[in-house]
Design a protein around this ligand. Structure first.
Ligand SMILES: [Zn+2]
Length: 499
């Protein structure tokens, strides 16, 4: 029904512009033919087939129209009619069909996206979406290194320029099947082996080997990665985001930095640098409803439980001078909800998580995406990285997933969201649970292994009382909500905060 006017528009256009050219070729010759991008359409554009099946998860049918369609990728929409191509995504922005990045605009990418074609149908296609959404004063620079990873699986070095001021460098493996086999130590498509300064006597800022040995309390503990989110639970996340600097111990080097990356599978790599000085204090959130507690979009800030939880988040973050800005809400129904409402452990990793986070493709704000699923295997909540790829939607790390069925209490729900936002903005646990990996911030409390009174190699809330248990970023549930001045400085430097 809603497509009728679009059909008429296209037919009228077809009558008006079919004519013979000098060489005898007919303009609009491809009208009505199926297409995957504008390249398939002579003198026309590739658009959603007006007589669409509207069957949930069936690939969107695309057809050549008979005019060069407007370029409105990223424009807000509510229905397909709002977009020149008849393609309005789950994230309520317009897209256009593509098969490669080169067919999209600058700072855009060609991604698998979902067009909402009816209340109950989301249909996949490859479409152009924005690469990153950051406040205006920020800079986005992206480059693709072809065949960066070879067959050998050997570590590859890449030099990074000096950073000034805060820069997040995001590494993405672009091969379709980049996830490694079960047996490799690096469980994600890319792992950071080492990060060092690039002077004649390099200073090692991060060394993955340090985290594979059991540390003893009397030894000097290794700092958690100074600007790299590649250890412990985070070693399943992809892409990898490195934040420089991420605290006063981060060395700033005028010669830049060198990173050693490993990948099991060959392929291209995209490096995206996001930089700028954050001057804002407002944090946008996108809420994706995927069945957790049967919650659904409602009002300005969601149904009562969500609204109350966000009030808790806001009160915790008010101590860092951060308030919640725009809240957008998206319902994921049908087959995608069935697929993602329970995130299972498979081959030792949460294999579905990257595709869940990728549902954020096309979102038009510098928000953190929160995914309200029912249950994640053995996990209350998980961030797509420490830090996450700030402002980049549609990647395998673009958000935070929450096991909402076990978060029916607004106070607990809010605290869990606040803790995960801390990770996404770049905060590590003050001390990890075994007590031998500490965060890189000098002013956060440390709870080392010598406090392990019951010798279970796990530092509990009780054992860490006065040594971090009151901090928002303590590793265990039930911690406090304190934020230290240096944690506040990391949070306030987040490039996605806006005025
Ligand atoms: Zn945590």
């Amino acid at each position: 029904m809603i497509f009728r006017s679009a059909v008429l528009t296209v037919l009228l256009c077809a009558c008006a512009c079919v004519s013979a050219t000098d060489d005898g070729r007919t303009d609009c010759a491809s009208y009505g033919q199926s297409c995957t991008s504008d390249d398939d359409c002579i003198n026309g554009g590739c658009v959603a087939e007006p007589e669409q099946s509207r069957v949930d998860l069936e690939p969107l049918s695309l057809t050549c129209s008979c005019r060069s369609e407007a370029y409105d990728v990223g424009r807000p929409c509510r229905t397909p009619e709002d977009c020149s191509r008849g393609i309005c995504l789950l994230t309520e922005t317009c897209s256009r069909p593509c098969t490669s990045d080169s067919q999209c605009g600058s700072n855009q990418r060609c991604s698998t996206v979902y067009a909402r074609t009816s209340e109950s149908a989301l249909q996949p296609l490859r479409g152009c979406v924005s690469l990153a959404e950051l406040p205006e004063e920020s800079e986005i620079h992206s480059e693709i290194y072809e065949d960066f990873f070879s067959d050998s699986g050997a570590a590859e070095a890449i030099d990074l320029p000096p950073v000034d001021p805060t820069t997040i460098v995001v590494f993405e493996h672009l091969a379709e099947n980049a996830w490694p086999a079960f047996t490799t130590p690096c469980r994600a498509p890319i792992c950071v082996d080492q990060l060092m300064t690039n002077d004649t006597e390099p200073l090692t800022l991060f060394d993955a080997d340090l985290y594979s040995v059991m540390w003893r309390a009397e030894q000097e503990a290794p700092l958690n990665p100074v600007g790299s989110g590649t250890v412990l639970a985070a070693n399943q996340s992809h892409p990898i985001a490195v934040m420089l600097p991420n605290g006063p111990r981060s060395a700033l080097c005028e010669y830049g930095f060198r990173v050693l990356l490993t990948a099991e599978n060959p392929g291209d790599m995209r490096l995206t640098e996001l930089s700028g000085v954050s001057t804002g204090s407002r944090l946008d959130l996108n809420l994706f409803y995927l069945g957790g507690l049967q919650l659904a979009p409602s009002g300005e800030r969601g149904p009562p439980l969500v609204k109350d939880a966000l009030a808790v988040v806001e009160s915790i973050y008010s101590r860092a001078g951060i308030e919640i800005g725009e809240v957008m809400q998206f319902e994921v129904a049908g087959g995608l909800r069935e697929e993602f409402e329970t995130i299972e452990l498979r081959y030792g990793i949460l294999e579905e998580l990257p595709r869940l986070f990728a549902l954020s493709a096309g979102a038009r704000n510098p928000a953190i995406n929160l995914f309200f699923v029912r249950e994640i295997y053995d996990t209350v909540a998980i961030s797509g990285g420490t830090p996450g790829p700030l402002g980049m939607h549609g990647t395998g790390g673009s958000g935070i997933a929450l096991s909402v069925d076990s978060l029916a209490d607004a106070d607990l729900f809010g605290k869990v969201i606040a803790h995960e936002i801390g990770h996404f903005l770049g905060l590590f646990h003050t001390s990890e649970q075994a007590g031998f990996v500490l965060d890189p911030l000098p002013d956060t409390p440390e709870c080392r292994l010598d406090r392990d009174r019951d010798n279970d190699a796990m530092l509990s809330l009780e054992e860490c009382r006065d040594f971090g248990a009151d901090n928002l970023m303590f590793w265990a549930m039930g911690s406090g909500t304190a934020i230290t001045p240096e944690q506040k400085a990391v949070l306030r430097s987040a490039l996605i905060l806006h005025n």
